[in-house]
Design a protein. Structure first.
Length: 285
C-alpha cells in the first residue's frame, strides 16, 4: 500500500514536470514550485477571470479559488471561455471541468456567493487575489477584506491597454483610489441602499473614461458610448482586447505577485502600454 502511494506520488510529479518543462528558463525550478504551491483567488470568471484561470493552470498553478454566481449566456460567446453547449451552466462549474482536463491534479475551490459572513474565511491562506468582477459593491467588500488581511489584490479593466495596478498596504485603498466616498460607511449601509450603490457605480465610469482615446474607440459605431453609459446596452467587449488584458493579469500575478521579479505598480498609478497608438501609458487614476 505504501509502495503504491509512493509510486502514485512519483507519477504525479513526473507528469507535472513534463507539463511545465518548457516554462523552465523563463523561471527557475524553485520559482515553478512557488507557482505550483501558492493559493490564488480569482474573483469573477467571466471575460477576464476565465482566461486568467486557464493561463494560471497552464503555467502550473495547482491551488485556485474561483468565485462567480453567473451562468453562461449567448452574449458571453464573443469573449469568454465557453462554447454553445455551456450556455445555461454556472461559469465556475464549466471552468473547473475545463481546468481538470488540463491538469487533473489542480485543486479548485468553487464559490457561488461572496458575502460579508464568508469572505474572511474564503480568503484564509490566499497569497494573492485577482479582482475580475464587474460588481463594484462586492468589490468593496473584497478590497476591505484584502486590506485587513494584508493580501495583495490586483485589478485591471478589459479595455485596449496593457496595464494593471495593485492594492496593498503601500497603495491607496480601493475606495480612495476611485473616490467612491464610501470609506466611512459600513458594508451593510452600502448593501441596503440602492441610492448609495447607484452613486458608487456612477463614480466609477469617469475613472474608466480617463484612459486616453477610449471614448473614440468604444464609439466607432456612433452612439454606442452614450447607450452604454446610460445603461441601454451592456459594457462593450471584444475578444482580442479582453484576452490580452487577461494575459497581462496572469503575467502580473506570477512575476509581481508571486515571484517578486517585476516591481508592482501600486494604485493609483497606471503604467502600461496603449497598443492602438503603440505608445507608453502613464497617469494616475
Amino acid at each position: 500500500m505504501l509502495k503504491q502511494k509512493i509510486f502514485n506520488q512519483e507519477e504525479k510529479q513526473h507528469s507535472y514536470d513534463k507539463k511545465i518543462e518548457r516554462n523552465i528558463g523563463y523561471i527557475s525550478l524553485q520559482e515553478q514550485e512557488i507557482i505550483r504551491e501558492s493559493n490564488i483567488a480569482v474573483l469573477g470568471v467571466g471575460g477576464l477571470g476565465g482566461p486568467l484561470v486557464e493561463q494560471l493552470v497552464r503555467a502550473g498553478c495547482e491551488n485556485l479559488l474561483i468565485a462567480d454566481n453567473d451562468i453562461f449566456e449567448i452574449s458571453n460567446l464573443n469573449r469568454q471561455l465557453c462554447n454553445q453547449f455551456d450556455l445555461g451552466q454556472y461559469k465556475i462549474d464549466v471552468l473547473a471541468k475545463k481546468m481538470m482536463n488540463i491538469n487533473q491534479n489542480v485543486k479548485i475551490s468553487k464559490i457561488y456567493h461572496i458575502q460579508k459572513d464568508n469572505i474572511r474565511k474564503l480568503l484564509k491562506d490566499i497569497s494573492v487575489v485577482a479582482l475580475t468582477l464587474d460588481d463594484p459593491i462586492i468589490s468593496i467588500l473584497i478590497a476591505r477584506t484584502c486590506f485587513a488581511e494584508k493580501i495583495p489584490m490586483l485589478e485591471t479593466w478589459a479595455i485596449p491597454y496593457l496595464c494593471a495596478w495593485w492594492f496593498t498596504h503601500e497603495s491607496l485603498s480601493y475606495e480612495r483610489c476611485y473616490e467612491l466616498n464610501s470609506e466611512h460607511l459600513e458594508i451593510e449601509e452600502i448593501l441596503n441602499s440602492e441610492s448609495i450603490q447607484l452613486d458608487i457605480r456612477k463614480t466609477l465610469i469617469p475613472k474608466i473614461m480617463q484612459f486616453p482615446g477610449l471614448k473614440e474607440r468604444i464609439d466607432r459605431e456612433s452612439g454606442s458610448l452614450d447607450k452604454m453609459l446610460s445603461g441601454k446596452i451592456g459594457l462593450r467587449s471584444f475578444a482580442p482586447i479582453v484576452r490580452m488584458s487577461a494575459s497581462y493579469l496572469a503575467f502580473e500575478l506570477i512575476f509581481s505577485g508571486l515571484l517578486h521579479i517585476k516591481p508592482r505598480i501600486l494604485a493609483p498609478d497606471v503604467i502600461g502600454y496603449d497598443y492602438f497608438t503603440m505608445r507608453p501609458l502613464k497617469f494616475q487614476l
